[in-house]
Design a protein around this ligand. Structure first.
Ligand SMILES: Cc1cc2nc3c(=O)[nH]c(=O)nc-3n(C[C@H](O)[C@H](O)[C@H](O)COP(=O)(O)O)c2cc1C
Ligand code: SF4
Ligand code: SF4
Length: 279
């Protein structure tokens, strides 16, 4: 029996890096991409310890991760942990996971949030993290992972302080949930486009974790019928920076002028490999 199963989801490599670093530190740990199992109706776990590693999206759990946890049987799990990577906002991710687990008579034993580079270049004041900032963030992440590892191996209960979270019942908490429900329903219809810099290389289709992008006549098409996971792999891995987010009435997008980000150790191939299976 596998002792520890680490399920991960990652658009640009931050969470992949964290998942891999945790696997190195925890004996007998398997790394399993969430995306590879999403088409199953029920997902069976066999680990006594089960963990989730994922980015914060729109202040909460990414759509595919929430869907995934809802399908997990978790019969074997005696200890459950979650690690979220983010840029820096508050979030309701652990509260949302806890709600799903409660319905299965389970709960989160430990949860941790790590600050990492931002992969969302929509804002006017977005600046990609510099090499120096990446080194600082990584050294902090390494330190945190050393203590997170001990907590997991010793099966300790350790939930981060409530000040990290938005109260579930607050106005902002409700707004976050509403926003995510809308994003899930809408599935990023009319959200991305490729500008004239596109050279038809097909990398965006390759990294697209939901299968939304299809190359047609050497141009990417974001298919309306396929829902997006908002991983932003297409946006950040396009070598020509040709993938853009459209501006909306309520939000101007600055992706045309802004730089892109992906974790320095994560290749587009590794992101795409999430579609195929366990490591
Ligand atoms: C669609 C989207 C929404 C995001 N929303 C938030 C957010 O609400 N708060 C935050 O701190 N970071 C947010 N981020 C930044 C990511 O959480 C952060 O860069 C994360 O480490 C990326 O992990 P990954 O490389 O594994 O995908 C968002 C990123 C994306 C793509
Ligand atoms: S990755 Fe960029 S350049 Fe390549 S096909 Fe997609 S949009 Fe065009
Ligand atoms: S369309 Fe882009 S953001 Fe959406 S799932 Fe595909 S790669 Fe991720």
């Amino acid at each position: 029996m596998t002792e520890v199963e680490i399920y991960y989801f990652s658009g640009t490599g931050n969470s992949l890096y964290v998942a891999k670093e945790l696997q190195k530190r925890i004996p007998k740990a398997d790394l399993i991409p969430v995306v590879s199992l999403l088409n199953k109706d029920v997902i069976e776990t066999s680990g006594e310890t089960v963990g989730f590693v994922f980015p914060i999206h729109f202040m909460t759990v990414p759509i595919p991760v929430k869907r995934f946890i809802k399908k997990l049987d978790l019969k074997s799990a005696r200890y459950i942990f979650a690690v979220a990577t983010r840029t820096g906002t508050q979030h309701i991710a652990f509260i949302e996971i806890e709600k799903i687990l409660k319905k299965r008579g389970k709960s989160l034993n430990s949860s941790f949030t790590l600050n990492m580079g931002c992969n969302d270049p929509r804002d006017k004041d977005y600046h990609p993290v510099t090499k120096g900032e990446i080194a600082e963030l990584e050294s902090e992440v390494q330190k945190r992972l050393d203590s997170i590892k001990k907590i997991i191996i010793n099966q300790e209960n350790s939930r981060e302080k409530d000040s990290e979270f938005i109260p579930a019942s607050s106005g902002l908490g409700r707004l976050v949930r509403l926003g995510m429900a809308y994003a899930e329903h809408n599935g990023a219809k009319n959200y991305f486009y490729a500008d004239s810099r596109c050279m038809g290389c097909g990398k965006c289709e390759k990294v697209c974790l939901s299968g939304k992008i299809k190359m047609i006549d050497n141009k990417p098409v974001w298919q309306e019928s396929v829902k997006c996971y908002f991983c932003y792999a297409c946006l950040n891995y396009c070598p020509a920076k040709a993938v853009q987010i459209k501006s909306k009435l309520y939000m101007k997008s600055h992706t045309e002028e802004n730089e892109r980000y992906s974790h320095p150790y994560a290749t587009a191939d590794e992101i795409a490999e999430q579609k195929s299976g366990r490591k």
